[in-house]
Design a protein around this ligand. Structure first.
Ligand SMILES: *Cc1c(COP(=O)(O)O)cnc(C)c1O
Length: 277
C-alpha cells in the first residue's frame, strides 16, 4: 500500500489534536467507576475529508476508531487511508448496501446500525464473500468476523432507525445463532437529543437507561456472560451522560471535527494549496 498523500495544514492538525485531547479528558472525568475496558471513542468523521482522519490517525494521537455514515464515502476514504484504521459504520443501513459494505472494507471493525434479520444476513453473506477471496490482500481478513451492534430505537421517534426494545433480543439471538461470520458486539442507540437537553442536574437521558435495560434483558434471555455485550451510546451533546449510564463506546463528531458541511459540499479529500499550509 502506498503512503497516502493527504496534505494537512499545521493549523488544522493542531486544532484537531487539541479537540481530541479535550474529548479524551472529558471522557476520563465522566468515568467515575472503573470500566473493564477503557471507553472507546469513535471519532465520527462523516462529511469530513480523509486528510482530517489521517491527521488524527498519525502521532501524537494515533487514533484508531473512526465512524462513517455513508457507504460510498466510506469506500472512498478506506481506499485512501491506511488499513490500520478501525472503521465503524454507524449510519442508517440499507439492505442492498450490506453486502458491499461487509465485502469491500476488510478493516471495517463494526457495523453498529443493524436493525433487521435481512440486513444481518446480507452482512453475513458479504463477509463470507470476502473470506472466499484469494490473494494476499483479501487473505488478511479470512476468518475475521465482522462485529455488529443491534440498533435499538429507544425514543420511539418515527424518523430514527432501530428495532423497538421488545424485539432486540430476538435479533441478537439471530445474529449469534445464524450468522457465523458476524460477532455480536452490543447494542446501540442514538436517543432523542431533546431528552438530553431537557434533563435536569442529577438526572440522565432515559434513552440511555432504556438501552441499558435492553442490554441486560438480552444478556439474561440469551444466557450470556455479564459484560459480554457493549453499550454504544452518547454523541457530542450527551456523551458524558451516556458514560454515567454505563456506555462502553461513545461516538463523537462535531466536537472534534467542527460543524459538518451539507452533504453535497462534502469532500472526501482536501487539496491544500501549494505554499498555503
Ligand atoms: C453523526 C452521528 C454521530 C456524531 O454526532 P455529533 O453530534 O456530531 O457528535 C454519532 N452517532 C451517529 C449514529 C451519527 O449519525
Amino acid at each position: 500500500m502506498t503512503t497516502p498523500t493527504l496534505p494537512i495544514s499545521p493549523t488544522r492538525a493542531s486544532t484537531l489534536t487539541t479537540n481530541l485531547t479535550s474529548i479524551l479528558t472529558r471522557i476520563s472525568s465522566a468515568t467515575t467507576t472503573t470500566p473493564k475496558n477503557p471507553i472507546r471513542l469513535v471519532a465520527v468523521s462523516k462529511l469530513k475529508p480523509a486528510n482530517d482522519i489521517l491527521a488524527l490517525h498519525t502521532p501524537p494521537h494515533s487514533h484508531l476508531h473512526f465512524g462513517e455514515n455513508y457507504l460510498q464515502e466510506l469506500l472512498a476514504k478506506a481506499a485512501l487511508l491506511p488499513q490500520t484504521i478501525n472503521w465503524h459504520f454507524i449510519g442508517a443501513l440499507q439492505t442492498n448496501k450490506c453486502r458491499p459494505l461487509a465485502e469491500q472494507v476488510g478493516n471495517l471493525w463494526c457495523v453498529e446500525s443493524v436493525d433487521s434479520v435481512k440486513k444481518a444476513e446480507e452482512l453475513d453473506k458479504g463477509r463470507g464473500r470476502l473470506w472466499e477471496k484469494d490473494g494476499e490482500e483479501a487473505g488478511k481478513w479470512k476468518g475475521v468476523k465482522l462485529r455488529v451492534c443491534v440498533q435499538v430505537n429507544t425514543s420511539g421517534e418515527a424518523e430514527k432507525s432501530g428495532v423497538p426494545p421488545s424485539e432486540a433480543a430476538s435479533l441478537c439471538r439471530h445474529v449469534r445463532e445464524k450468522c457465523a461470520r458476524l460477532r455480536l458486539q452490543g447494542v446501540m442507540t442514538i436517543g432523542a437529543i431533546a431528552r438530553s437537553q431537557g434533563v435536569k442536574a442529577g438526572e440522565e437521558n432515559v434513552d440511555f437507561l432504556t438501552l441499558r435495560e435492553v442490554r441486560d434483558t438480552v444478556v439474561r434471555e440469551l444466557g450470556l456472560q455479564e459484560g459480554e455485550l457493549e453499550l454504544s451510546m452518547g454523541m457530542s451533546e450527551d456523551f458524558e451522560s451516556a458514560i454515567r449510564c454505563g456506555s462502553d463506546e461513545v461516538r463523537v463528531g462535531s466536537t472534534i471535527f467542527g460543524e459538518r458541511p451539507p452533504r453535497q459540499d462534502a469532500k472526501v479529500k482536501e487539496e491544500v494549496e501549494e505554499g498555503k499550509s
